[in-house]
Design a protein. Structure first.
Length: 206
């Protein structure tokens, strides 16, 4: 157990170690780095974190994070407004955008159905998605969820909710390995899986 000569340092380490993937040794190294930094640099970091937490919004159309009520993707008239790619969270949006192979819109669910974790359909933005489809203008929905049991369960639930709309429902090709989470797929594999998407019905085991 570490013995700190400063309660202020100990508190800083304690807070930093709450971050995912940060143990107490790494937290101590970060805290000491900040202690050695110029005050202005630490204040800029602190200000950026507080501003992000207090001012960042969720797009009222797709639920992606945004500085404004409508995100830059939804408000970009050069993007294909008739295709919506459904993803689990904002990290998946970033992963797909990095492939430069997709030019449509997104819908961020905010998670996937997982009874073990207490997450049901009502905890996700599924009704928000259905509302977008009911408003018209969408011709294709791409289900781009992780190739896990929870991801497949969520995809099937969504398919049942939207199959009665006059909309093509597709899913990304299985270039992404079974059990893989989307954000960890390499850009080439993910890009190909988007381009070579298939009708969702063909992906359902019969």
């Amino acid at each position: 157990m570490n013995t700190y000569s400063s309660k202020l340092l100990e508190k800083a380490v304690g807070e930093l170690s709450k971050l995912p993937g940060i143990g107490r040794k790494t937290a101590l190294r970060l805290a000491l780095h900040l202690l050695r930094s110029e005050k202005e640099e630490v204040e800029m970091l602190s200000s950026a974190m507080v501003s992000m937490r207090n001012e960042i919004k969720h797009c009222r159309i797709c639920n992606n994070i945004s500085d404004n009520d409508v995100c830059e993707i939804c408000s970009n008239s050069r993007r294909n407004q008739s295709v919506v790619c459904v993803v689990e969270d904002i990290r998946d949006v970033m992963a797909i955008e990095n492939t430069s192979q997709y030019n449509g819109l997104y819908h961020v669910l905010g998670g996937i159905i997982s009874p073990v974790d207490g997450i049901g359909p009502g905890d996700l933005t599924i009704d928000m998605l259905v509302g977008r489809l009911a408003a018209g203008g969408i011709k294709e929905v791409i289900l781009a969820l992780s190739a896990t049991i929870e991801g497949d369960t969520t995809s099937f639930y969504l398919y049942k909710k939207i199959r009665d709309f006059d909309i093509i429902v597709t899913t990304i090709a299985r270039g992404v390995s079974i059990g893989d989470e989307l954000e960890y797929a390499d850009e080439i594999t993910l890009g190909r899986s988007i381009v070579k998407r298939i009708p969702y019905e063909k992906s359902i085991p019969h």
